[in-house]
Design a protein around this ligand. Structure first.
Ligand SMILES: Nc1ncnc2c1ncn2[C@@H]1O[C@H](COP(=O)(O)OP(=O)(O)OP(=O)(O)O)[C@@H](O)[C@H]1O
Length: 229
């Protein structure tokens, strides 16, 4: 019998400590499976962003291990980690970080071209399809400054989905949005997890939005104090 698939992402006894001594994340062990929709909550300064950076292979732990699809990422070089992020992970931040001089369409095309799996018209077709699926079909050729805040954040989500990632990581993605646009972003995340089987991990301050996740992880002082479905 074939062995079961490993979890998508795993943290084993992970600690992140700064050289000057501050401990941002303490001895965290977590397993994430495909299709989970997870909210990470906790007071300001509790280590939520630090945890997300570890999950997103943007920071390396000072102790412990981060495994993606069963593979220990400690052995990978910085370039190998960047390649893995481009292929498997999508990021959404509080600020959209769209390139201001490029259209929404160009912004979504850039990571597709960088990965290099698709060529020519297929790149544009995929980017257009992603934007259209997020209600931005008519706005694809607009610059970020010509879009509303909610539209910009949806364009940022389209860009995060460019290379069909298994994992979406979002850090306060609704922090700059009004209630209706924030709810729309969570509708999208819910769909990405439930219908498309992606794992979505969202840091949020908003308890009402956190309730919509299927699992909630609460941090205090860099430690997990609760983890509930
Ligand atoms: N590179 C760094 N150098 C020094 N201190 C840092 C660094 N990164 C984070 N910290 C500190 O570590 C703690 C955890 O930060 P982190 O940003 O992970 O918390 P957070 O829960 O995301 O906070 P917030 O909700 O305010 O964004 C904070 O006290 C922060 O000031």
């Amino acid at each position: 019998m074939a062995p079961p698939d490993p979890p998508l992402l795993e943290l084993r006894d992970v600690t992140r400590q700064l050289p000057e001594g501050a401990v941002l994340v303490r001895d965290v062990t977590l397993v994430f499976r495909r299709g989970e929709f997870v909210a990470v909550t906790g007071p300001s300064g509790s280590g939520k962003s630090s945890l997300l950076y570890l999950l997103g292979l943007l920071d390396r732990p000072s102790a412990g291990h981060v495994l993606l699809e069963g593979r220990d990422t400690a052995r990978l070089s910085t370039n190998e980690l960047a390649a893995l992020r481009l292929q498997k992970l999508g990021f959404v931040f509080q600020f959209h970080f769209l390139l201001p001089e490029f259209s929404a369409l160009d912004n979504v095309e850039i990571p597709i071209r960088r990965l290099g799996r698709l060529k020519g018209a297929a790149v544009r077709d995929r980017a257009m399809a992603l934007l259209a699926a997020l209600g931005l079909g008519d706005a694809a050729r607009k610059l970020p400054e010509q879009l509303s805040g909610g539209m910009r954040q949806r364009a940022a989500i389209a860009r995060a989905l460019a290379n069909d990632p298994a994992l979406i990581l979002a850090d306060e993605p609704t922090g700059n949005l009004d209630t209706a646009n924030a709810a729309a972003v969570f509708d999208i995340f819910e769909r990405l997890a439930r219908e498309e089987g992606r794992t979505v991990i969202v840091v949020t301050h908003d308890p009402d939005l956190a309730k919509r996740a299927t699992r909630r992880i609460h941090l205090v002082d860099g430690r997990i104090v609760s983890d509930s479905g």
